[in-house]
Write a protein that binds this ligand. Sequence first.
Ligand code: G3I
Length: 358
Amino acid sequence: MRKLLLLALAAVALTASAQPPSSLKDAYKDLFMMGVAVNQRNITDSAQSALVVREFSSMTAENDMKPASVHPRPDTWTWERADRIADFCRHHGIKLRGHTLMWHNQMCDWMFYDADHRFVSKDTLFQRMRQHIHTVVNRYKDIVYCWDVFNECIADGPRRLDADGHDQPLRESKFYQICHSDEFIRKAFEYAREADPDALLFYNDYNECDPVKCDRICTMIRSMKADGVPIDGIGMQGHYNIYGPSEADIENAVSRYADIVDHIHMTELDIRVNREMGGQLQHSDNAGATLTDTLLRRQQAQYAAVFRVMRRHADKVDCVTFWNLSDRDSWLGPDNYPLLFDRNYQPKPVYHTVRDFE
Ligand code: G3I
């Protein structure tokens, strides 16, 4: 409510001065933080780092804090790249989202196996997870304000009914193959809370507006919270396209998540100009495609819709993070044109759609 009042006052002030806000973070400062996922080049190149500092109030390491990046072998920790990002945040007063403590991808694969390359027991896996989580969380406790504790545990696709007629919602990851239940997710949250009682702890996933997946996420988080698992928030990745999800589907998903948790982050927003979506690259990076006026207008409409929903839920939404700084950096390839800055780091028309909202 207070945020909405501030927004109304800001709108009056804007009309009076007729000055557009000078940056994304400025435009949204009374609503939520604006974040960006960065690679090493973004924080070392002077023009790119100046852009990050000017526009964003929160940062995420695109790859450099993931398990495989910092802990490639049981006794080897490789902190240099993650430390550089943490130091950048400390130096510039930017908040750091921790991404990600656990994931089936870019994971420390050694954690799953014994010396004979057989799966370890559940207890050994939990002990290795705990050591990893405690070490990483403790190292960045002063600067990381929230962690994606577990990423992408829920399966995509239609319901898969077991013999009792219950949907089996979990991805068949190595975690699942060792544990045969959702216990590994619960444990990860417990370990993260032990390590830092103050950090906000998130479950993060993509295709989170798909009604079946949204159901699965809600059922899982609700049951875990009822059992006392320390989950503070839900991360909606937001790897969308210009055709979907619809504003109604996004609205529905945010409303449902807002019934369960007090903190919602959009963690990985980008909007590609073909029909693919989600957290995995599918068939194309759209190479060679040009951004026609029609595509551009659709993309502006989709970005406008996403931010309308986020603003409506500003009481629960704390942060919206773009997945990469510019089209040049995008994991989708530059010809998907998914971001607000072009491959020369110049603002695109869609930047103004997002920044200069009414
Ligand atoms: O580290 C190697 C490097 O040694 C090698 O020279 C280079 C050559 O291609 O590849 C490097 O690894 C790449 C890594 O990014 C770092 O650049 C991998 O091939 C590549 O697959 C990996 O992609 C990352 C992807 O996660 C992995 O699944 C993307 O950059 C990153 O944007 C993406 O981020 C994920 C989020 O963490 C979770 N949600 C979905 C999102 C998009 O997939």
